[in-house]
Design a protein. Structure first.
Length: 133
């Protein structure tokens, strides 16, 4: 009878443990949208004597999943960034771009602003707010 090498047994056990861990991760750690905002998009803000321009980085956000509100001296940008459709057996190796609900509130000193332009293009939302005189 041939002797079994203990290294073979250890290797088989390690591979089985990794497979069980992968199955558990797929089962319990599926990214799901949350009801509360989970991230804030970065913004750039520029001002001239006539208007304020806000550019928010929103890569992959669909226009129907986006809302902009003017609320008592604040500009509110909110919505959801959805995961792309993935086959069920897809292994996620890295998620660095935030997904899920987002909200960004920007308080502006000038309360008398009027939204004159809104465009979502190339992954950025551009808002132009005219100053009322």
């Amino acid at each position: 009878m041939a002797a079994h090498d203990p290294r073979d047994w250890m290797w088989d056990e390690a591979c089985a443990m990794l497979e069980r861990a992968t199955r558990t991760q797929r089962q319990f750690f599926q990214p799901t949208p949350s009801a509360t905002p989970s991230w804030e998009p970065p913004v750039d803000i520029f001002e001239t004597d006539r208007d304020v321009q806000i550019i928010a980085a929103l890569p992959g956000v669909d226009p129907q999943d986006l809302a902009v509100e003017l609320d008592d001296g604040e500009v509110v940008i909110k919505g959801v960034r959805r995961l792309p459709p993935l086959p069920r057996d897809t292994a996620v190796h890295r998620l660095e771009i935030p997904y899920g609900r987002f909200e960004r509130r920007i308080r502006l000193a000038m309360a008398a602003l009027r939204l004159t332009h809104s465009e979502l293009a190339a992954g950025c939302l551009t808002l132009r707010l005219a100053k009322r005189r």
